[in-house]
Design a protein around this ligand. Structure first.
Ligand SMILES: CC(=O)SCCNC(=O)CCNC(=O)[C@H](O)C(C)(C)COP(=O)(O)OP(=O)(O)OC[C@H]1O[C@@H](n2cnc3c(N)ncnc32)[C@H](O)[C@@H]1OP(=O)(O)O
Ligand SMILES: CC(C)C(=O)C(=O)O
Length: 566
């Protein structure tokens, strides 16, 4: 790899701090969130959003509770301009939602931007940007430091002239590529802008400091933000904002450390769409706060609806492993994780019952699940899925949640071997219904045409000492026997032994069947008997279903008999 072609961040920009406070700080409250999906996210789409998509996305953000939304770059396209006009002319944006519009420092484009917001009933932020880093000055804009400073201040003056008198308008400035700009230079420009725009605590100016292209470890960005936080003039009249991108895959970390370093506001995209590897993912940021016990002040309780809308509007599918939101992130396939999750859920339910606190309100400590999937509208069903990496814990969980069956531990171990063989052979996942079907095939050993032992019937005989009469056919011959037994199951066990079939019943467990994709055990069966038996030196398991516990027990004995006579 020709790594020698690249320079580390320290040789590209002065990193200003040698001592810093941010490592000792904690995140204790949500920042001001500003989704920029309709501007920065939109400009990164191969097919930018049409008006219907923009509107749908905007309405989603409003429903989620975002109070400041960057809605577009009105001087760049008619769609963006028209969308801002739509907001100005309808009640689409609730009155407490601030509308942000974005513009470069060019008078013609600023004029068009200001035109777009005329009559807007909502608070508005006009967001001016210009790149300030040396490479952009030299290569892109062809301006030296002073010339560029002049362009930015001219842009600021134009905005003041055209929109300064509008009482609902505030101003934002972004020195694009802040993270590669000389700290003293960018500080001077930012101070000049707050002076020009007469920033006050009542009408604060937003200074937004982007990591336009992420180039350093997050601690470097945090140092840069803390430097600005400490040295900016009129600090109480500035809202310090960050706008990380994700080129190194650490956009979220950059935003979190920047908040520790003094930032108050974060611009990003829900699920992190945006140029190249994306803007910082403000869904992950918010849910990270939630997972630390901090109210994110945005509603993610219907994550599936949020995913559907974002995917529709961006035409980009969400990765299955996307933090919090991906289809698989609350799913465990691996055996030991499933075991821990199942035990965790059981403990959670028990604690809820004992304490009288609702499960949805109780402290969360289920292993391997950072948050309760139910908080974001996901059900428990998807949490555990079974494939060849799974163990008995997952299998047991699915049968428990799907059919209400609790397998005894030795049967769990036995059935897990059959499931393993099945998943190894097919190479696929097995659903809850698939597990139940495999269970039936393995242990219920249904009646077949080649049956050579059948239970014809049984009855309790009266008299002083009641007994149970059993009628079987064995190899085509009917035989009836009477047994003094505690119950018909024991009597049937004795009858088959007398018929020369050495099946010894070691123990049995009766269960009731419920739910499941196919409603019950099949044919209206509501009872299940799980039976452990011994034949010779070999022990095994069999099961029977029925409309009552005795019927299920008798069927279980007959399953055991069939399992011993292939
Ligand atoms: C990091 C970011 O996300 S920044 C936002 C980027 N977003 C977009 O570019 C999407 C919308 N943009 C557009 O539709 C177009 O670029 C427009 C309408 C704004 C301008 O279009 P054009 O006039 O054709 O210019 P073009 O797209 O080629 O932009 C380059 C010009 O803008 C200048 N420029 C770039 N940024 C800025 C700025 N912030 N302020 C002033 N001028 C700028 C460049 O120096 C260059 O000028 P030159 O033609 O004299 O060399
Ligand atoms: C100009 C700012 C806000 C930006 O979009 C970026 O730097 O990525």
């Amino acid at each position: 790899m020709p790594s020698h072609r690249y320079r580390d961040v320290y040789s590209r920009v002065q990193v200003p701090l040698t001592d810093r406070d941010w490592p000792g700080k904690r995140l204790t409250h949500a920042p001001l969130w500003v989704p920029v999906d309709l501007r920065d996210g939109n400009q990164a789409l191969a097919e930018p959003m049409d008006p219907e998509r923009k509107r749908r996305f905007f309405e989603l953000m409003v429903r989620m509770g975002y109070k400041e939304i960057e809605v577009g770059y009105p001087s760049a396209s008619q769609t963006d301009y028209d969308f801002v006009r739509l907001l100005a002319g309808t009640g689409l944006a609730p009155e407490d939602v601030t509308i942000v519009v974005f513009t470069p420092a060019r008078r013609d484009l600023i004029e068009r931007t200001v035109d777009s917001i005329r009559g807007m009933p909502n608070p508005v932020v006009i967001h001016l940007y210009t790149a300030t880093a040396p490479t952009w000055r030299d290569v892109v804009l062809g301006k030296d430091r002073d010339e560029l400073r002049q362009i930015i201040l001219d842009g600021g003056r134009d905005i003041l002239e055209l929109a300064g008198a509008l009482p609902n308008v505030r101003f934002e400035f972004s020195p694009e590529v802040f993270n590669l700009t000389e700290p003293g230079y960018v500080l001077d420009i930012c101070d000049s802008m707050t002076e020009l725009w007469l920033a006050t605590p009542e009408r604060p100016v937003i200074l937004n400091l982007p990591a336009t292209v992420e180039v350093a470890t997050p601690n470097v960005y945090a140092d840069q933000i803390e430097y600005m936080h400490r040295h900016l003039d009129r600090r109480d009249s500035v809202i310090l904002s960050v706008h990380p991108h994700n080129d190194r895959g650490t956009g979220v970390a950059c935003a979190e450390l920047a908040l520790l370093a003094g930032a108050q506001r974060v611009e990003g995209c829900i699920f992190g769409n945006g140029e190249r590897t994306g803007n910082v993912d403000i869904a992950t940021l918010a849910l990270n706060l939630h997972a630390q016990g901090v109210d994110p002040m945005v509603d993610f309780s219907d994550i599936d609806e949020i995913c559907r809308t974002v995917e529709y509007c961006t035409r980009i599918p969400l990765h299955e492993r996307h933090p919090y939101a991906g289809d698989l992130v609350h799913t465990a396939f691996s055996g030991t994780h499933q075991d821990a999750i199942r035990k965790g859920f059981a403990e959670h339910r028990r604690r809820a019952e004992e304490s009288g606190v609702a499960e949805s309100e109780l402290d969360w400590r289920v292993p391997y699940l950072p948050i309760d999937p139910a908080d974001i509208g996901r059900t428990y069903d998807a949490v555990i899925r079974v494939n060849s990496q799974s163990g008995k814990g997952g299998i047991v969980h699915l049968l428990e949640t799907g059919y209400g069956i609790t397998l005894p531990r030795r049967l769990q171990i036995d059935f897990a071997r059959h499931v393993q063989h099945h998943t190894d052979t097919t190479g696929t996942e097995v659903t809850t219904a698939g597990l139940w079907s495999l269970f039936r095939r393995t242990y219920l050993t249904e009646r077949s045409t080649v049956d050579n032992v059948r239970l014809v019937g049984w009855e309790t005989t009266g008299g002083d000492t009641p007994a149970i009469r059993i009628t079987l056919t064995v190899d085509g011959h009917e035989r009836t026997s009477t047994h003094r037994a505690a119950d018909p199951i024991e009597a049937l066990g004795a009858a088959v032994n007398e018929a020369g079939i050495p099946v010894e019943i070691l123990g049995l467990v009766q269960q009731s069947l419920r739910g499941g994709d196919d409603g019950d055990g099949g044919d209206g069966e509501r009872a299940l008997c799980l039976l452990e038996y011994r034949t010779g030196t070999v022990t095994g398991w069999a099961a029977g279903c029925g409309d009552s516990a005795p019927a299920a027990g008798m069927n279980a004995v007959m399953s055991a008999v069939r399992r011993t006579r292939p």
